[in-house]
Design a protein around this ligand. Sequence first.
Ligand SMILES: [Zn+2]
Length: 124
Amino acid sequence: MGRVMEINLYLHPMQNIPPCPSCKSLYAYEMEAKLLCPECGFEWTPETGFVEKGLQVKDSNGNLLADGDSVVVIKDLPVKGAPKSIKGGTKVKNIRLAEGDHNIDCKIDGFGSMALKSEFVRKG
Ligand SMILES: [Zn+2]
């Protein structure tokens, strides 16, 4: 007839927080549906799939890029089969990260769908 202690209230499930995608710190923590890294200040959301895919795409300055970012091409890039190059300074909106050597999928005015290397762009 004893009272059942409601200990469940005090048991928090272990959070399975992945390491920081930026600096690999294991001390990332969850806050308001985002994950935060106390060591480098990187923020990310688990919902993006960014972490699961293990995709880390960095621009020419070493900044991490994400789906939907805008970037600027930093040098003229010749395009196979096209009469002209993509000019340095060209702004590219709404990129998609991709696996492989050319790790950015995007659309560029006058060229259509393109695959770029992240080393030739910077976040812009
Ligand atoms: Zn970090």
